[in-house]
Design a protein around this ligand. Structure first.
Ligand code: FAD
Length: 492
């Protein structure tokens, strides 16, 4: 029996039976209801409440944070799920839209390593350091590197030339598969994008990282979400967990509330942090959209999913500092599709030394791979368990190449698959990073179709990851605030 089945054992719909009413303190009406407590949803909720609106967040899971989450296991292990690295911009976003205490905990990673048959190197992942590597290690002329960076700097969302990331690399560094690997592989892990995705979605995200490296939260995800909950309480946001929104109510082309845990709650505006496709197709229903819009959303492609292996060292065990983030592969050459292979050869390791949680003495290591839902979805239970076991075994073997003797120090090993991600977040097909680029347009235009309806979840590659999701929450909150103010004006 899988852990998911154990957790939810004993109820008809797969979830643990509720022993209390999670909505017992809910009001009959809010200005804004936010569906989901991922970083996009929480950020939007905090801003709207600070603007003076009455806001509720309804989260189907018992924990808040969405994919920005953690879990504990017997033996004192705490595992972070998606805290591997984000761009420096997160500091500004947290300072402005959360608080100084959160912003102050954002720290740069000391080291990032690559280890594959084409190159072994260490970097701090900044423009200066990448330029050094491209010139000294890869023997590319400095002028060529500068031209590449200048072109990236000119890219923005409104200037899609139709070029793909692969074409962009080939134009600047023809025939240099090793250089393409250096530039693309980390971004593929960060947001699922591939050589076939638009160059601008690559350029925007890569430039964000290059501004000053890769950052993390000192204190771990549990500290961060705990702090965000306190800030939300100060702003006046009401949080409800274990509340699943089953539908968004629309009347005469306008949102008027939601149905959650079987109960109607009225509101003026709904901000959905759930997947774009679920929001349109399941929560609202296609009949409330123009046929062109509904067809457009249907055609939007989901991004890939992930697998992870969480490894915890025994109490009292440690490892010397190797790096914070290790991009590793045994594949001779780089190509995007193979990063999603079932039992592939490429993975990242995130090392969480005791410094991750000051005061702790514990070390954990989390391996992540990109993955396809289709590879895992159809497995019967026996095959699913066998494949999870193989994933765990392969991962420890791969880790031993970099950290000899690690196997003997591990007291907890556990795998998550696309099925796990779908189960805990309700993202269709366990999509880790929302939709492909084309989804952004539909997400941004929701309120043109249904007044008062907004989306603030990972979408379009650019608006995903910790920074992208949080910033999208800011953009969406500002639009929803404008809408609520326009209603007040009409009424006064
Ligand atoms: C393995 C992995 C590693 C990652 N690593 C990184 C990384 O290193 N750096 C980085 O920047 N990003 C990383 N990401 C991506 C990043 O975690 C996400 O892009 C980001 O956290 C998504 O935020 P979001 O606001 O879109 O919401 P999500 O995190 O997707 O949360 C959506 C929330 O909505 C809730 N919900 C959905 N439907 C309903 C409903 N009907 N009713 C109530 N609640 C509902 C879900 O339960 C969930 O809590 C990683 C993702 C994965 C899977």
């Amino acid at each position: 029996m899988t852990r998911e089945q154990k957790y939810y054992k004993g109820s008809l719909d797969g979830k643990a039976p509720l022993t209390h009413d999670p909505l017992k303190d809910v009001r009959a009406r809010y200005d804004a209801i936010v569906i989901g407590s991922g970083l996009g949803g929480l950020t939007a909720a905090n801003i709207l409440a600070r603007c003076g609106h009455k806001v509720a967040v309804l989260e189907q899971h018992y924990n808040y944070g969405g994919l920005a989450t953690w879990f504990k296991r017997r033996g004192g292990h705490i595992f972070d799920v998606s805290l591997h690295g984000f761009p420096a911009g997160m500091k500004k976003t947290c300072r402005r839209y959360w608080n100084e205490a959160i912003a102050a905990r954002i720290e740069r990673l000391d080291s990032i390593r690559f280890d594959n048959p084409q190159f072994r190197l260490e970097t701090i992942f900044t423009r200066d350091d990448f330029t050094r590597l491209l010139v000294e290690h890869f023997r590319i002329e400095r002028a060529r590197v500068e031209t590449f960076y200048s072109e990236l700097a000119r890219m923005d969302f409104f200037s899609d030339s139709g070029e793909t990331a692969g074409e962009l690399f080939e134009r600047h560094f023809p025939g240099r598969n090793d250089v393409h690997r250096l530039l693309m592989e980390p971004i593929t892990y960060a947001n699922g994008s591939t050589l076939s995705d638009p160059a601008i979605s690559y350029g925007i995200v890569f430039s964000n990282f290059m501004s000053s490296g890769v950052y993390t939260f000192g204190g771990g995800t549990d500290w961060l979400i705990g702090e965000m909950k306190k800030e939300l309480a100060r702003s006046g946001v009401e949080l409800f967990n274990r509340v699943e929104v089953e539908g968004i109510l629309v009347e005469n082309g306008q949102t008027r509330g939601v149905v959650a845990n079987g109960r109607e709650i009225a509101c003026e505006t709904v901000i959905s942090n759930a997947s774009l496709k679920s929001t349109v197709e399941r929560l609202v229903g296609e009949s409330h959209f123009s046929s062109a819009f509904a067809a457009g959303v249907k055609a939007v492609r989901l991004n890939n999913s992930s697998t992870q292996v969480y490894m915890g060292l025994a109490e009292g065990e440690s490892i010397p500092f190797l790096t914070d983030l290790l991009f590793t592969s045994t594949r001779e050459r780089f190509d995007s599709p193979s990063l999603c292979d079932l039992h592939g050869e490429s993975r990242t390791f995130s090392f969480y030394y005791p410094k991750t949680r000051p005061g702790s003495t514990r070390t954990t290591i989390v391996s992540s791979m990109n993955a396809h839902w289709r590879d895992w979805a159809g497995m019967d239970e026996a095959s699913y368990l066998a494949n999870k076991a193989r994933l765990e075994a392969d991962t420890v073997t791969a880790l031993e190449r970099h950290v000899p003797g690690i196997r003997a120090k591990l007291t907890h090993i556990e795998a998550a698959t696309p099925r796990t991600f779908e189960f805990y977040t309700q993202s269709p097909q366990g999509a880790s990073f929302g939709t492909k680029f084309e989804g952004l347009r539909y997400s941004m235009e929701l309120s043109k179709e249904v007044q008062g309806l907004y989306h603030a979840g990972s979408v379009g590659i650019i608006m995903s990851g910790w920074l992208g999701a949080a910033n999208y929450g800011v953009i969406t909150a500002s639009k929803a605030d404008g809408f609520l103010r326009s209603l007040e004006k009409v009424r006064s």
